[in-house]
Design a protein around this ligand. Sequence first.
Ligand code: GRF
Length: 204
Amino acid sequence: MNPATSLPRVAILISGGGSNMLSLVRAMQSGAVAAEPALVLSNRPDAGGLAKAEALGVPTAVVDHKPFRGDREAFDAAVQERLAQSGADIVCLAGFMRILTPGFIAPWEGRMLNIHPSLLPLFRGLHTHERALEAGMAVHGCTVHEVTAELDGGPIRGQAVIAVEAGDTPDTLAARLLPMEHRLYPAVLARFVRGERAPLALFG
Ligand code: GRF
């Protein structure tokens, strides 16, 4: 909590372009979400989202996972140290492609969200668009859930649904879903900081 503004501080973890991170930061900076961005952290030094965050005046940090050579606990400890320095109260995973250890998650349980590009509990893990098409789904979507030690398994706080259209490919599905992700995540975070836990539904 920022003592000056009494607003919760949010850290956002990314690995790539950061379009979801941008939608969260803009929503906080516009006042649509009653919280403030404290840090954008990436495990990849070349993540395009870092420059976008800096352009909006948000502090950034890089904890490159490569030098840790698979030592997840040590990597997570370095991330945790950077989060503690930022004074973050809430963590949002936004295209963060590392699986966090239970030891890292435990102190953040109830205060950490993730966005996943499927209608959980369907299609946990990777390649969600391909798998939805292979399964012949009529609808697809994305989910914002709380993070627990069960991968993509925490309590659902919001879902957005789109129709699968004839001729869809994984790329066309992903492209049509992304704007829904950018609507859903800030809307869920706005409710989350107000203490609302009932899941939100959006339809494209
Ligand atoms: C999004 O589709 C998100 O659901 C998934 O990774 C993608 C990241 O996009 N986890 P971006 O980095 O937020 O643009």
